[in-house]
Each structure stands twice: as structure tokens, then as C-alpha cells.
Design a protein around this ligand. Structure first.
Ligand code: APR
Ligand code: ZN
Length: 362
């Protein structure tokens, strides 16, 4: 039977989101119904509220989530009722060229940014669910390939973070930048994603992890995550970085904001031949200006890292094992535990650069 449940909905760009009563469809073959237990507030949600990322409305927000499987459709064998699971907002088809070539995070069936409809209704009309999930809600219906089981000992609030911020941050370091022992790394933007990058860079053996944010309040969080230096972002950033890197610039800069200004700052923070990794998801209208001569003569590499450039199905169980085994600490990423009605205030805190992750507990 379909049932009513609550979800956080934004009705148009710029409008304040609010809890609304939604109706969930009955599940079909290949689908899974998950009772959400925890969902992290990621900047991409805020970007869909303020219009930085263009999305269709009305839209149920939330995509960094974990919960318990409560119903499985026909042909579903990956998970069973009662399993604890993390949700994937970019489930790979396993059939397209990218999946067949070992890059499932670039799967051509996943749009990545746009929201999809999945039969959920609001006031009797279909409503969009962000990134195919809409996880600031009591329940979601998702395709089975978007659901991966994790050990029941893993707290839901930590499992949720694995599903976006932690996978994105650790994957950027391990899979895209491939930070090696002894290298120097500048991390720009210290939200849930950037702090995960800091911790992963340190774990990879980086000698210097220089954490950068506009908000001075991030210093303590950066140090707790393993940063060796903290610098408040300013126009003099590249000079500050050079002072700390023997005048050369860093081996790596990892951008976790999603703006042209910070991508340029990351570029300028690296040495000749250095690597710039863009993790932040910016706007289509925000152009990055780099000089053609600088691109040539600096010999830097500029790459993005989408969803940690990781295979979700193998990486999530590995990250869960790391957390349970004590080799990956993510508890410090959670600064606020909130309810569904508190999501708008979590966006306000995020806009002011306060705290690390707010996690909705259900
Ligand atoms: N220079 C340095 N830091 C900045 C700047 C700037 N110009 N502008 C913003 N910041 C900082 C904020 O103060 C904040 O600490 O960037 C951080 C961003 O953190 P969150 O808002 O918590 O964002 P997060 O969820 O970590 O996501 C970061 O990754 O997945 C993408 O869409 C997401 O683009 C976003 C990015
Ligand atoms: Zn996210």
C-alpha cells in the first residue's frame, strides 16, 4: 500500500524549504523502499535551493543518506528487508560504455545534477526528488542499484556521510589526485567534503595539509581533521601558500567550494607541474579564466573528481570497514544533529560557513 510520509520540499528557486506531506508509490520490480534513519545536509542541496544548480521544482531535497530496507520489489537480490543501507545518488547501469570501461561514476544513464521523478506525489501531483533520492524524508523508493548494504554496527549517522561527502572527499584524494606520501596538499573549502579531503590527505601520508577557508571558525575543525596549517582565504593566498612550500607552491590543491574564484586560487596555489583537483560543484554560468600562456608554461594538471571517482559498490563497504576498524574517523564531521523541520536553519548555518555537517536523524 502506498502511504503518506514527510519530506523537505523546496517549491521554487530561492524559496525557503519546508516539511510537506508526500505520498510514496507502491514499489515496482527492481525497486527498494528504504526507511531513512539519517541524512546529511550537503552543499549541493543548498545549491538546488538557491538556484546555483538548476533543478526542477517542486523538489524533495536530500541525497546523502542511510536507512533500513523495509520492502524489496521483484528480482531484487542485492539487499533484503532489515538490511542497513547507504544510498547512491548516481547508480551505475553497469552496461554503458563508461561502466564497461571501469568508470561507473561517469555512467551515461545518470544525469548527476538533474532531479528525477520516481512516482512520489505532493498534493496529488508528481514531485521531483533530488538526485533520484529525495532523502530528507521518512522513506524513499530507489532502484536496487542505488542501495548498498552496510554492517548493522555502523551508526546510521556515519553511514549517511559515507554516501556523499566522505566518499567524494576520500575518493578525490585517493583516486583522482592520488596524493602520495611526503606531498603537500592545499585544501580550499572546509565543509563536510573539504574536511574529508583533509583527513584522507593526512592518511595518505601528505607531509603538509594546508587547510583554507574564508571562515576563521573552521580552524579547529581543520586541525581536528589533521590539517598541519590553517590559512584564512584572501587575495594574498598564493603568496601565503608559497611561504609554506619553499617558495614553489603545493604539489596538490583540492578545491571543495565550487566557484571560479576558488578554482583559480587552487590553480595559483600549486607549483609548476602541480595537480589541481576540482571537487566543488559550481554553476554553469561561472567561467574560470586562466591565461593560455599560464596553462602552457605552468604545466599543471586540472581535473575534476566526480563522486570520488569511485565504484560505489566496492568503495562504500571498504569505507564502512575503515570506520568500524578505526582507521577512518568521521565522527568529528558531524557538528549538528537535527530533525526534518530544522533543515532550513542548517542551510543558514552552511551559508554563514558555520559548523561541519548537520545530519537529520529520523
Ligand atoms: N574561499 C575559501 N573557502 C570558502 C570560500 C572561498 N572563497 N567560499 C566558501 N568557502 C567555504 C565555506 O566557508 C565552507 O566552509 O567552503 C566551505 C564549503 O562547505 P559546505 O558549504 O559545508 O559545502 P560541502 O557540503 O562541503 O560541499 C562543498 O562540494 O559536493 C560539492 O556541491 C558541493 O560545491 C560543494 C562542495
Ligand atoms: Zn552531496
Amino acid at each position: 500500500m502506498s502511504a503518506y510520509f514527510n519530506g523537505v520540499v523546496v517549491r521554487s528557486a530561492g524559496e525557503r524549504p519546508a516539511v510537506a506531506e508526500l505520498r510514496l508509490p507502491e514499489i515496482g520490480p527492481g525497486q527498494v523502499r528504504v526507511r531513512i534513519k539519517a541524512a546529511g545536509v550537503c552543499h549541493s542541496d543548498l545549491s538546488m535551493v538557491n538556484g546555483t544548480i538548476r533543478a526542477p521544482y517542486p523538489l524533495v531535497l536530500g541525497h546523502e543518506a542511510a536507512g533500513e530496507v523495509v520492502e524489496v520489489g521483484e528480482h531484487v537480490t542485492r539487499v533484503a528487508v532489515g538490511d542497513h543501507a547507504v544510498l547512491n545518488w548516481q547508480p551505475p547501469c553497469r552496461e554503458c560504455w563508461f561502466c564497461a570501461h571501469g568508470e561507473p561514476w561517469l555512467c551515461s544513464t545518470s544525469s548527476g545534477v538533474a532531479a528525477l521523478e520516481n512516482g512520489v506525489t505532493l498534493d496529488g501531483a508528481p514531485v521531483h526528488v533530488s538526485l533520484g533520492l529525495g532523502a530528507f524524508a521518512d522513506e524513499v523508493v530507489a532502484p536496487a542499484n542505488a542501495v548498498i548494504g552496510v554492517p548493522a554496527e555502523l551508526p546510521f549517522e556515519q553511514a549517511a556521510l559515507l554516501g556523499c561527502g566522505v566518499l567524494t572527499g576520500t575518493g578525490a584524494v585517493r583516486n583522482t589526485a592520488r596524493v602520495a606520501a611526503g606531498e603537500s596538499v592545499v585544501v580550499i573549502g572546509l565543509g563536510g567534503v573539504g574536511l574529508s579531503v583533509v583527513a584522507a590527505a593526512r592518511a595518505a601520508g601528505a607531509s603538509d595539509v594546508i587547510a583554507v577557508d574564508v571562515s576563521e571558525a573552521k580552524k579547529g575543525l581543520a586541525e581536528a581533521a589533521g590539517a598541519t596549517d590553517f590559512v584564512v582565504s584572501s587575495d594574498a593566498l598564493s603568496k601565503e601558500i608559497r611561504v609554506r612550500t619553499a617558495g614553489r607552491g603545493a604539489d596538490h590543491a583540492i578545491e571543495c567550494v565550487g566557484r571560479s574564484a576558488t578554482i583559480r586560487a587552487a590553480w595559483r596555489a600549486t607549483r609548476r607541474g602541480g595537480k589541481v583537483t576540482v571537487v566543488g560543484m559550481g554553476s554553469n554560468d561561472d567561467l574560470v579564466q586562466l591565461s593560455a600562456l599560464d596553462i602552457f608554461s605552468s604545466s599543471r594538471t586540472l581535473r575534476s573528481s566526480v563522486y570520488g571517482a569511485a565504484d560505489f559498490d566496492t568503495e562504500i563497504p571498504r569505507l564502512a570497514a575503515d570506520v568500524l576498524g578505526g582507521t577512518l574517523a568521521i565522527d568529528h564531521l558531524i557538528s549538528d544533529r537535527i530533525g526534518l523541520p530544522d533543515v532550513p536553519e542548517a542551510f543558514d548555518r552552511m551559508s554563514r560557513g558555520e559548523g561541519a555537517r548537520s545530519v537529520v536523524l529520523l
